[in-house]
Design a protein around this ligand. Structure first.
Ligand SMILES: Nc1ncnc2c1ncn2[C@@H]1O[C@H](COP(=O)(O)OP(=O)(O)OP(=O)(O)O)[C@@H](O)[C@H]1O
Length: 276
C-alpha cells in the first residue's frame, strides 16, 4: 500500500534535544516533502549528524516527534537510504563492488527478501545507474575514493528509498567526482521522487540542486531557500558576529566564520542495518 502523495518524506515537530547542558535542537520544526532536496549546513558540533541519526531512529529526542514517510523512523528502514560519511575501505576488504551494492538489498526485512536471480538483476541495474559496471567485480579496497562513493550511493538507492540521508558524501572527492555524485543523488529524486537530506560543509557543489537550506548554529536554526538563509544579515545574526556572504562567479563564499567552525570530524558512525 503506497502512502497518500501528501505524506511528508520526513517531519520533525518541536524537536528538542540536549546533550548535558548543550542544546542541539530547540523546537525544531521541519517538513521535507517528497522530491525535495534539503541541504543541512552549520559549524562543527551543531547537530547535523545528530539530525540524520534522529531520522534513522538511532537518536531519541528529549521532546517533540519525528516521522519518516508517516512512520516512526526506526520502522522505516526500507524507506530510508543512508550514505554515511566516507571512510575508505581497507585495501584487502573481501568484498567485490557488486557484493557491497547487494548488501543494500539484503538489509531489508525478511518478507521482502528477493530471489537470487532478481537480486543479481537489481544489483546490475544499480551498478549501471551509478556508472560502476566496468568495475562491478573488482575488490572494493582497490577502487578509488570516487568509485567507492558511487557504490555507496548505489547501495543506498537499493530499496528505492522515500528518503535519502547523505552525510557529507562529497568529502575528499575531486571536483569532477563531486559533481557526478551530486548528480546521481539528484537524479534519484527527479526520477523516483525521493527526498534528499544532504549534510555538507560546502554548499557550492550542490547549489544548483538545493531547494531549501536548514542552517544550524548553537541550538538555533534557520530554514529557507539558499537566497533566504545564506545571507550576510542572517548568518551574522545566527553566529552573533559579523559573517559575510559573498557571491562570486556563481559561488557563495562565507567569510569571517568563527575559528571553531573549521572542518573536523566526529566518528560516531551509525549502521542503520543494526536497527532492523
Ligand atoms: N550520543 C551523544 N552523547 C553526547 N554528545 C553527543 C552525542 N552525539 C553527539 N554529541 C555531541 O553533540 C554535538 C553535535 O554533534 P553532531 O555530530 O551532530 O555535529 P555535526 O554538526 O554533525 O558536526 P561535524 O560538522 O563536526 O560533523 C557535538 O558536540 C557532539 O559531540
Amino acid at each position: 500500500m503506497s502512502p497518500a502523495p501528501t505524506t511528508p518524506a520526513a517531519r520533525l515537530d518541536g524537536a528538542t534535544l540536549s546533550f548535558g547542558d548543550r542544546r542541539i535542537f530547540d523546537g525544531l520544526d521541519l517538513t521535507v516533502e517528497p522530491g525535495e532536496f534539503l541541504a543541512v549546513l552549520g559549524p562543527n558540533g551543531s547537530g547535523k549528524t545528530t539530525l540524520l541519526r534522529t531520522l534513522l531512529g538511532l537518536q531519541h529526542l528529549d521532546a517533540g516527534t519525528v516521522t519518516v514517510d508517516g512512520h516512526a523512523p526506526g520502522r522505516a528502514s526500507a524507506r530510508t537510504g543512508y550514505i554515511p560519511q566516507q571512510r575508505p575501505f581497507a585495501p584487502y576488504t573481501p568484498l567485490r563492488a557488486r557484493d557491497l551494492v547487494g548488501l543494500g538489498l539484503d538489509g531489508t526485512r525478511l518478507g521482502l527478501r528477493v530471489k537470487r536471480r532478481e537480486h543479481a538483476r537489481r544489483v546490475d541495474e544499480l551498478l549501471e545507474r551509478v556508472g560502476a559496471t566496468s568495475y562491478a567485480d573488482a575488490p572494493v579496497g582497490a577502487l578509488s575514493g570516487g568509485e567507492q562513493q558511487r557504490l555507496r550511493v548505489a547501495q543506498a538507492l537499493a530499496t528505492r528509498p522515500r528518503l535519502l540521508l547523505c552525510d557529507e558524501p562529497l568529502l575528499s572527492l575531486d571536483l569532477k567526482h563531486q559533481q557526478a555524485v551530486a548528480e546521481l543523488i539528484d537524479r534519484q529524486r527527479t526520477d523516483q521522487g525521493s527526498a534528499v537530506v544532504f549534510v555538507t560543509h560546502e554548499i557550492n557543489p550542490i547549489l544548483d540542486h538545493v531547494d531549501r537550506v536548514l542552517y544550524l548554529v548553537g541550538g538555533r536554526f534557520r530554514l529557507g531557500t539558499p537566497d533566504e538563509v545564506l545571507r550576510t544579515d542572517v548568518l551574522s545574526d545566527m553566529y552573533g558576529s559579523r559573517v559575510e556572504v559573498i557571491e562570486t562567479g556563481g559561488r557563495l563564499v562565507v567569510v569571517g566564520l568563527p575559528d571553531a567552525t573549521t572542518h573536523h570530524h566526529h566518528d560516531h558512525q551509525a549502521d542503520p542495518g543494526e536497527e532492523d
